[in-house]
Write a protein that binds this ligand. Sequence first.
Ligand code: SF4
Length: 365
Amino acid sequence: MPRTREYLLIEPIAKTFYPPLGLLKISSMLKDRHKGCNVYHCAGIEVPQGVVYPDKIFITSLFSWDHKYLLKCIDFYSKLYPQSKIIVGGIGATLVDNKKLPSNIKIIKGLYMDAEFYPPDYSLNFGRKINTSITFTSRGCRRHCNFCNVNTLEPDFFIKEGWEQDINYDYKYVTLWDNNFLQSPNFDKDCEKLIKFNKIVDFNQGIDARLYDEYKAELLSKIRIQPIRFAFDDIGYEKALLKAISIAKKKTDTEIRVYVLFNYNDTPEELYYRINLLNKEGVLSFPMRYRDSIEKNIMIPGKHWNNYLLRAFNLTLLFYYKKGLIKKDRKAFLNIYGNNEKDFIDRLYKIYDYDKTIKKTKRGF
Ligand code: SF4
């Protein structure tokens, strides 16, 4: 009797709420191509119960700065199963230089097209409790924002027909990971599908405020979106963003959250201006520090920033705002960040100094 094929799927470190979608798709692909095969999975370094000797080991990667975990996994499994073929993919592996990865493995850069059109195998949970379907109705993005890696990860924009096969009807939520849902020529058609599903939908990567108009807002308002996410990556988008917020407020009661990129080309004054504006608008802002795709988990200041300001701003998000989300309360905002740009920067330096003093006291000198 031929030996049952065996595959091992590894997530080096589980840092996010979502399971590794690429591996869930690979599982469906393997089960379809090799009927009766055994697919094992785990997060971190371990050997799942039942594994004898995998034919292939697929290892994913997410953040480039978690590179050491990826290397540890490759090292561990290649020593344990020297005859198994190791295939490494995902965002981290795509963004780091090939020379930083061992030469005895196969590296998949960008999308793994063999598995791309398979639905996720939700029977694999990688240690999480999954309550949402995850899907893309499109890949890539036609905009080429300098700070964004989408053009490296998914250089071609294409729409995905049949994405509804990714929906698990037992789950209450649907998470869309489209980079730019509003660019899709299937926008109307896909909205109709989402309306029919009647699930709670999260456009997790945000909705492009520059493309959000009355017509699109009307159609989107029929979907149970929670929350509406926009981005305010650059001060130059102020007009478009304010218009989008005003339309969204008219069309829906859903909570509005805005991603605010900082530490790229912006100044700390510009960050204050943007978060202050959003606070005055009564919407939540979610500051996101720009990070280079490097292999180390270190803070690198943008050209108008320094480590003191970055550290202090990070502390405000940690201590005053749960999950880094700046809430609506105007009084609290002014108490923390001050009344103007200068005040903001002065306060950040004071927070940094105060934090340093506490650390010294704790250490006893
Ligand atoms: S619009 Fe968004 S997804 Fe598209 S390139 Fe810009 S930041 Fe990236």
